[in-house]
Design a protein around this ligand. Structure first.
Ligand SMILES: Nc1ncnc2c1ncn2[C@@H]1O[C@H](COP(=O)(O)OP(=O)(O)OP(=O)(O)O)[C@@H](O)[C@H]1O
Length: 233
């Protein structure tokens, strides 16, 4: 389990996370939903140990975020972080050197599946292809925790399908914990076991996706609209 206990984070006068307490279950795919600026990226960066809380505690399978927990976390950031002048092969070499859980077999299989070429120069390929490169590098590791920050943002529908297919294909049920932050609930609704809705740095609603749907008689997309309308977002 990934636990947030009374976690707060402030940037200037903005409360990105406001005394948030929430658990993300181990071995599940969890959708982290919320409008712009609700604290989704801040949450993922904290689990990736790239950001520290001002107060409160985070425990990742019982351990505080650190260099050690970073080794079991594969993080796909919202922004393009890969050095643009690198080829895909060079970016992969870079990652291989960093992470002991790099899986060369998986990398080779995925690069073919995603129809990417090792010699492609990252700055010369399209945004959709760069999204695929980020996914390739993220899923070429056998990480216990996978954090995907807006993996579908700005991506065309066919590429989106391919990305969703990749997530489903490579997910190790029960062994891997995947947290997907997105506005595009509709597209990932069928993927997620649990949903966490946040707003203004606080949890608005959370639970098992199936239970939330049955209890409310609504899809997660409809539920999100309802929840945020009532909360005046
Ligand atoms: N490094 C930073 N410096 C200043 N403000 C920040 C920083 N990081 C986040 N914030 C602010 O904290 C709030 C939460 O940001 P965060 O990126 O976590 O939201 P988000 O839910 O991921 O938003 P989006 O869906 O737009 O990506 C926002 O108001 C944002 O402007």
């Amino acid at each position: 389990m990934i636990e947030f206990k009374g976690v707060s984070k402030q940037f200037g006068s903005t409360k990105a996370l406001d005394n948030i307490s929430v658990n993300y279950s181990r071995g599940k795919i969890i959708g982290l939903f919320g409008p712009n600026g609700s604290g989704k990226s801040t949450t993922l960066k904290m689990i990736a140990s790239l950001n520290k809380p001002d107060s409160g505690e985070i425990l990742i399978f019982g351990r505080k975020p650190s260099k050690e927990t970073r080794e079991i976390v594969s993080y796909l950031p919202e922004i393009d972080y890969i050095y643009p002048w690198m080829t895909i092969k060079e970016a992969a070499n870079f990652m291989r050197g960093f992470y002991g859980d790099w899986d060369e077999g998986k990398y080779k299989e995925l690069i073919e599946f995603l129809k990417l070429e090792p010699d492609m120069v990252i700055k010369k390929i399209s945004k959709g292809m760069r999204a695929k490169v980020k996914l390739l590098l993220c899923f070429s590791r056998n990480a216990e925790i996978v954090l995907l920050d807006e993996p579908l943002s700005g991506i065309d529908i066919l590429t989106r399908d391919k990305i969703i297919e990749t997530i489903i294909r490579d997910y190790r049920v029960g062994e891997q914990t995947i947290i997907i932050s997105t506005h595009e609930i509709q597209e990932i609704e069928s993927l997620v076991d649990d949903a966490v809705f946040i707003g203004r740095g606080q949890v608005i609603l959370q639970g098992e996706a199936e239970k939330l749907r049955n209890e409310n008689g609504l899809s997660l997309v409809e539920l999100m609209k309802e929840v945020y309308r009532n909360e005046n977002f």
